[in-house]
Design a binder for this molecule. Sequence first.
Ligand code: PLP
Length: 375
Amino acid sequence: MIYLDHAATTPVPRAVADAMIEVLTEQYGNPSSQYPLGAEMKKRVEGWRCAVAAALDCPAERLYFTSCGTEGDNWALRAAAWQNRHAGKHIVTTAVEHSAVLETCKQLEREGCEVTYLAPDRDGTITAAQVLEAVRPDTAAVSLMLVNNELGTVYPVAEAARGLPARNPHTLLHTDAVQGLTTFSARALGADFVSVSAHKIGGPKGCGALYIGPRVKNPRPLLAGGGQERGLRAGTEATAQIAGFARAAELRLERLEEDRAHLEALRAYAREKLLSIPDMVPVGAGTAPHILSVSLAGWPSQNMVNDLGSQGICISAGSACHQGKPSHVVAALGLPKRVAAGVIRLSFGPETTFEEIDACAQALRRHRDTRMPML
Ligand code: PLP
């Protein structure tokens, strides 16, 4: 199998699975238990928190484990809206956020908030000036993703954070950094909330974390109960998942420079190979090294995904085709119909090889040469 969909999820390295198995079978204590098995587990959870915090470059005591990136996105937006509920009910976000942010915004709209959805240009670009101009005296929160999961575009979160206090000192800034984990420093970004997820960096599914910065006063607990996660997210800690997240983060940090160079080389190689296929065009001005978005203009992306899938090659339609309609991200770019219909996403991991890119490019070329385009 050739797996070119690392933005969807990543394989779990053996060392990560081993760390999880040890916790499941030997270190199975509940961190809240008072005897040594529990106390030991509590200590280890704090050690794992430090390991994941190192991957975000944030203080460990400001990091809260969650069940996924989606949970972090939901929690951050609601916590920001709650803190500023007396100052205003306006939220600024973009039309290209993950549905974890967009659906939470829609819920908040039903609860009385007003949301401004910023449109990108044709390249998927959104500027910090655009974000800041949309901020008003009643803006409770801004949610601006760090790396777009379909296009690989990197958004100017740090610049928005620097400009925000002059526009409105109360507005809290959230960034969904799920696709950027290990490429940023939360300290340098300056966002008040940063959400991440384990399964995008070789960790298990069902585990994430939310950084909550010092401007968030008495954050509203997400789950009430036994007081875990310093009283903000109750529920017995998912110790094996957290152990896996920490080990995955350590492994990625150990090889950060090599992996980045490899991904950049892969992406440049894939871009050149794919764009040499007739009718293949670039989509967006993404620069994230693990994501490449292109379109075989005129050939429906779902057919490509199915055709390559039947040959054991996994690529994505960029979450692109929901019952024949382009994804909300592709739709937001306002591309011509034939280009929008053919958008595919390849995404790479440290394990991806150049030979796999060759095989994928060959299969796409064959698809182009043997399948009928849309009318
Ligand atoms: N945000 C972005 C940008 C993502 O790419 C994803 C997952 O695809 C999520 C949020 C959701 O993360 P999770 O699958 O951990 O809920």
